[in-house]
Design a protein around this ligand. Structure first.
Ligand code: SF4
Length: 493
């Protein structure tokens, strides 16, 4: 008998554990992630939205991703995305907009909103990149979700269903009336939409609903502890959009972890302030009692102490991630990151003495006010950390000015200058053993810097016309009676 040939999608599905949606429902939707399956399934936002949409009694939601040499089909249904009623896209990163274009083109869908027929699928886009600035895709999408999407998405679906059953209503007009929704065809390109914030996170679990080895998490159950931060680092758009930290309750976190213990005993705790949870000690103790292997995505420097690290080590944490950003206290304090090199060295020493094998450090180059002294100091700082005989993984990224931050109108450092600084660091750090250095692409950083602050016309030039863009040139922002900048569509007050 001939062996059955499994498709690429079937191979992914065959190793998935956890949530499986009911398919036999009246409305079909596909949630697309404009990147690979691996990246998509490593996104808690994508996973959670997939689950939440499928809890709607009338909707079956499939998933679609971008893979080389693969058609863009629903993973479960194998249907082209153009055959679904609604296409929803979850986007975290501006450079993935190019993949949105790729997905829609492969599906034969017209990129221009105004040229699509009413029989074409409704295109909804959300995610943190969109909440920062939806303008560059405003001539492509029908609907944007601004802010936390959990409460908004089901209202959009309800309005869509109502329109399907009551002919004559204009679906977009109805959807545009939902709080947190931006519909450029109704609101225009100059409007003001309040970003939505889910007050009670427990109502909407955010975790790995589908567990697979083909993710960053690798067969681990990952749960979101909290959203928002409140530290106000001057470069951080996420913090300026969601300035208040919101925590899930201890009971919710433990209940979700316990439910998934039958699938895996590996648990990831995700959030920028996991250790600031008011019941963190009780949660960690319970995880130890359950015999769980666990790790925390990143730690705040002040939360590192012997007691906490011993607990985390007992749970299996092998590395610690910190973000000093700069090499000098002067520059670090100027961007509102308030800790000293001395403190970083003290905490690195504690990690090393307690047997943590690796410390990951995130830095930026090209920050406003940076001098060459800051770069050599960055080298000195890494060198001092490495003296504690611990593996140092240092990631260096160009600073990118983001909307809604105090740096939103800063220029990016010149390419030549960024190259010089990066080469200097490479040369200086080459001699130090146990230091593993990585850099992100300057070209991509420039493109991200352009797209995140782009207006509708620039977005059309780049994505719809596929035109040449000079990332060195920002669109000119003229003051007018209502709006100053393209991202002022998003009201973060
Ligand atoms: S960079 Fe980190 S600590 Fe600073 S505001 Fe953003 S999330 Fe908070």
């Amino acid at each position: 008998m001939a062996k059955k040939k499994f498709s690429w999608a079937d191979r992914q599905l065959s190793v998935e554990k956890g949530f499986v949606p009911l398919m036999n429902k009246p409305l079909s939707m596909v949630l697309c992630y404009p990147n690979s399956y691996y990246v998509a399934m490593s996104s808690l936002g994508f996973q959670s939205m997939y689950f939440h949409i499928n809890t709607h009694p009338s909707v079956f939601c499939d998933r679609a991703v971008v893979e080389d040499n693969q058609p863009v089909l629903g993973l479960m249904t194998k249907k082209p995305i153009g055959n679904f009623d609604i296409i929803a896209l979850s986007v975290s990163y501006e450079l993935d907009y190019f993949n949105i274009v790729k997905m829609l083109k492969k599906a034969g869908i017209n990129l221009y909103r105004v040229q699509r027929a009413s029989s074409d699928p409704l295109i909804i886009i959300g995610g943190i990149a969109i909440t920062i600035n939806p303008a560059p895709l405003s001539r492509l999408a029908d609907v944007f979700v601004i802010g936390d999407g959990e409460e908004v998405i089901n209202k959009i679906i309800d309005n869509y269903i109502e329109r399907k059953t009551r002919s004559g209503d204009d679906v977009i007009e109805k959807i545009a009336a939902v709080d947190g929704v931006y519909c450029p065809s109704v609101h225009g390109e100059k409007s003001r939409i309040k970003r939505q914030v889910v007050a009670d996170l427990d109502k909407y679990p955010s975790q790995s609903f589908v567990i697979t080895k083909n993710t960053d998490f690798s067969d681990k159950f990952v749960i979101e502890f909290q959203r928002g931060c409140g530290r106000r680092c001057k470069f951080c758009a996420a913090d300026h959009i969601y300035p208040r930290p919101r925590f899930r309750s201890k009971d919710h976190i433990l209940e979700q972890i316990e439910k998934n213990l039958k699938i895996t005993k590996k648990v990831g705790l995700m959030g920028v302030a996991v250790m600031s949870h008011p019941h963190i000690n009780e949660i960690l103790n319970q995880l130890i009692d359950w015999g769980v292997k666990s790790s925390v995505s990143s730690l705040r420097i002040e939360s590192i102490n012997k007691e906490i690290l011993c607990r985390l080590k007992e749970l299996g944490q092998k590395s610690v991630t910190l973000a000093p950003e700069t090499g000098t206290d002067r520059l670090r304090f100027s961007i509102n990151k308030r800790f000293t090199n001395e403190l970083l060295l003290e905490k690195t020493h504690i990690c090393a003495t307690l047997g943590i094998r690796e410390i990951k450090l995130y830095f930026m180059v090209g920050l406003p006010g940076e001098t060459e002294n800051d770069i050599t100091a960055l080298y000195e700082l890494i060198k001092e950390c490495a003296k504690f005989k611990i593996v140092i993984k240092a990631a260096v990224n160009p600073f990118i000015p983001k909307p809604h931050t105090p740096f939103q109108l800063e220029a990016m450092d010149f390419k030549k200058s960024l190259k010089y600084k990066i080469n200097l660091l490479k040369k200086l750090l080459r001699t130090i053993p146990c230091v593993n250095l990585s850099f992100s692409s300057i070209k991509e950083a420039y493109l991200e810097g352009l797209i995140c602050r782009a207006d509708a016309q620039t977005g059309e030039n780049i994505f719809l016309k596929g035109g040449f863009v000079n990332p060195l040139r920002l669109p000119e922002y003229k003051q007018d009676e209502k709006l100053c900048f393209p991202w002022d569509i998003v009201d973060i007050t």
